[in-house]
Design a protein around this ligand. Structure first.
Ligand code: ADP
Ligand code: MG
Length: 360
């Protein structure tokens, strides 16, 4: 078991910088998710930890050792790729064994580890099959099994679920969470899917545009996003953003004019730069008010029924489009004039540079 520490790690391909001074401290046993849009550098960072990409600047440590100049097989980590990369002519058992055979592990020890991994992943009955005789989900488990038998200090997984169909993806996600609970080994998991990140991570590393935007537990990232980017990227449907026209101090927090109304917030910190502020509020904190007493007024443009709740798209007085929530049995229809009540404790502000202000 070992902590993984990155210090000011940067990476360029020729003149193009893809990672800019990334630092983090991953504690032994954590389930860390690198989350960010396609092209933000997640795979590059994971491959640098694995030793598959050179580090231009900075340091990577695993446990007591500095590893950034070591070859992959001396780092004590095992990588699971998106496309499994199983050998088609080998059985499942051979696929799981050959890496250990290559480094001269004793035959009885190999058999013990393969059988234990197979039991853990419930693929025992598949050991004599070839990859072509397996489903996508079974192949994925074999790929994880091949990593488990190496008994690494950490598993590095690059979008391991994205080739699976929707149902299997959810089941495999649950299996992976249970596997982590059982074996407790550090996992670093890369995804662009914020639901995977929220459900799997002990901490999420949100990345954008070469940099780390925020590192936090799923609820920290959701409730106190460090930037407008994080606020918009995490949560579905996305947080609503309404331009702020004016700002004044109030008794319990700032009061903002936005969306054609004056709205009380629980934010006390006065933004340094009050020009071009944006109010942020999640759909669940913006409710269609049955009695018509809500602070915001607008016209319904679209109603999406999800069964347990209804998403109501509303054009506000200032023309901003927002998504509000109503109950599952909502009677609201398009074209209706509605009022929306706002949970002031759930309002965030963002300045022009994207910096966030939250309630205390
Ligand atoms: P992600 O996994 O977040 O989608 P990547 O780490 O794969 O992003 O890529 C980050 C950036 O680095 C992208 O702009 C990509 O085009 C670029 N990149 C990745 N690998 C190479 C390479 N071998 N040569 C040049 N550019 C690369
Ligand atoms: Mg990638």
């Amino acid at each position: 078991m070992a902590d993984i520490v990155l210090k000011d790690v940067s990476k360029s391909y020729g003149a193009v910088q893809v990672l800019d001074r990334v630092s983090m401290h991953i504690r032994s046993g954590e389930f860390i998710v690198f989350l960010g849009p396609s092209g933000c550098g997640k795979s590059t960072l994971l491959r640098m930890i694995a030793g598959l990409e050179a580090v231009n600047e900075g340091e990577i440590r695993i446990g007591e050792r500095r590893v950034d100049q070591l070859p992959p097989n001396q780092r004590g980590v095992a990588m699971v790729f998106q496309n499994y990369a199983l050998y088609p002519h080998m059985t499942v058992r051979q696929n799981m064994s050959f890496g250990l055979e290559n480094i001269g592990t004793d035959k009885a020890e190999i058999a013990r580890r393969v059988d234990e991994a197979a039991r853990m992943l419930e693929i025992g009955p598949l050991l004599d099959r070839r990859p072509a005789q397996l489903s996508g989900g079974q192949r994925q488990r074999v790929a994880i099994g091949r990593a488990i038998v190496r008994e690494p200090d950490a598993f590095l997984l690059d979008e391991p679920l994205s080739n699976l169909d929707a149902g299997l993806r959810v089941r495999t996600r649950v299996e992976l969470a249970q596997l982590h609970q059982r074996i407790g080994t550090t996992m670093i998991f890369v995804t662009h899917d914020q639901i995977e990140a929220m459900t799997l991570a002990s901490r999420i590393v949100v990345m954008n545009n070469r940099k780390v935007e925020q590192i936090g537990t799923p609820m920290e990232v959701y409730s106190r996003p460090a930037s407008r980017f994080v606020a918009a990227f995490v949560g579905s449907p996305s947080m609503n953003f309404i331009p702020v026209d004016a700002l004044q101090a109030g008794p319990d927090g700032l009061r903002v004019s936005a969306g054609g109304a004056t709205i009380a917030t629980a934010i006390r910190e006065q933004p340094g730069d009050a020009a071009n502020l944006t109010l942020g509020i999640r759909p669940e904190a913006l409710r269609v008010s049955a009695g018509g007493e809500g602070v915001l007024a607008g016209t319904v443009s679209l109603v999406e029924r999800l069964g347990d709740r209804t998403l109501v798209h509303v054009t506000l007085a200032d023309g901003t489009l927002v998504v509000a929530e109503d109950e599952g049995k909502s009677a609201i229809a398009a074209e209706a004039e509605v009022r929306l009540s706002v949970d002031s404790g759930a309002i965030h502000l963002f300045d022009a540079a994207g910096r966030a202000y939250h309630p205390d």
